[in-house]
Design a protein around this ligand. Structure first.
Ligand SMILES: [Zn+2]
Length: 355
């Protein structure tokens, strides 16, 4: 099921909204009427601007940003590649919270003189001035929460990148991950020791805990894959299809061999497209009228060379939601590398290290 919907596009970045964000306006409307909707729009704008700041800094380092997904507790900017060095990671991750802090500082005096210090300091969404004050506090809270030095918050990345200025990236990550675990345990302890237990805080603790271990796994995967080139794992044999191969024949090939994705070659032997098993399965399911491989093949796909590192191939495959990537050297198709191949290699090396 699609869980996010595109609402607008700025700086060639799609901004999507998660469906859970659609439940909130109803809830706030129920609580505070039209002022509740105003508050939700304010939260939405601040989160979007925060993520957009991250994205624009990332873009200035030539990192492609595909989309921003807005969730009630924050946003996620989907980037094509990782920052090249700790300084870039520091700038990207700290820019979002800085935006919120700067906005809060700029608005403080004007709002204080308009709303009065008492209203600004004790926001109450039942009056309009209270609702504006409430919306104001979204910025410092967003900045503060995101600066917690724990993954997946920006603060976790800020901490890691600061450590990585002096230590190796792997070691810096390990320390930042431990920080994440400590925060998770402290939050869980506080959540359970209050009466009644604070389940929201407990949920945040679990969230931080799983994000910390996830980050550890990602970095370990990346550093392993960074030592292996495509040519080292390129399968020797792979099957091709032709533009005019009938779909029935493609299906029978797929039934006979383990390969899931097939390069489709034109008459000159050049790769014209990629036919994936998922694509064929979907077409069969929908009973589409199809004749040949060229009707169904994907024409736009990422590609790699046999010299490329697996780490960047992995990012290419994942960011495009592909399962396989053709290997092309000087226009010549050398084979195909799949997500399964990469996972198999990683499992092998991870085990070797563990011994
Ligand atoms: Zn952020």
């Amino acid at each position: 099921m699609k869980s996010s919907f595109k609402i607008l596009r700025v700086f060639s970045i799609d901004i999507e909204i998660h469906i859970s964000f659609l439940v909130l306006p109803l809830f706030f409307f129920f609580l505070y009427g039209i002022k509740g909707i105003f508050i939700i729009i304010a939260i939405f704008t601040c989160v979007a601007a925060h993520e957009l700041t991250h994205s624009l800094v990332a873009k200035s380092y030539n990192i492609r940003v595909d989309k921003i997904t807005l969730l009630p507790i924050g946003g996620i900017a989907t980037m094509r590649s990782a920052p090249q060095n700790p300084k870039q990671e520091l700038a990207i991750s700290i820019s979002g919270p800085i935006f919120n802090i700067v906005l809060a500082l700029l608005l403080y005096l004007p709002l204080k003189s308009i709303l009065g210090a008492a209203t600004l300091m004790h926001p109450n969404p039942r009056t309009w001035s209270g609702a504006i004050a409430y919306a104001y506090w979204v910025n410092p809270i967003l900045a503060g929460f995101n600066l917690l030095p724990a993954f997946p918050m920006d603060g976790g990345r800020v901490l890691r990148s600061l450590l990585a200025l002096k230590l190796s990236y792997k070691k810096a990550t390990k320390i930042a991950v431990v920080f994440g675990y400590v925060f998770a345990v402290v939050f869980a302890f506080i959540a359970l020791s209050t009466q009644p237990p604070n389940f929201l805080l407990l949920l945040i603790a679990l969230f931080i805990f799983s994000a910390a271990s996830q980050e550890q796994a990602t970095v370990s995967l990346r550093s392993t894959l960074n030592k292996i080139r495509v040519k080292d794992i390129l399968p020797e044999r792979f099957a091709n299809l032709r533009l005019q191969t009938p779909i029935s024949e493609a299906v029978s090939t797929m039934l006979h061999i383990a390969q899931e994705d097939f390069p489709v070659l034109d008459d000159s032997g050049k790769m014209a497209g990629l036919l994936t098993r998922d694509r064929v399965a979907l077409a069969l399911q929908n009973r589409e009228e199809l004749k040949t491989a060229s009707d169904l093949m994907i024409k736009e796909f990422p590609q790699t060379t046999s010299q490329e590192m697996l780490s960047s191939v992995f990012v290419k495959i994942q960011s495009g939601n592909f399962k396989a990537i053709p290997v092309i050297d000087n226009g010549l198709l050398k084979g195909i590398v799949t997500l399964e191949d990469i996972k198999r290699v990683y499992a092998l090396f991870a085990k070797e290290k563990g011994r």
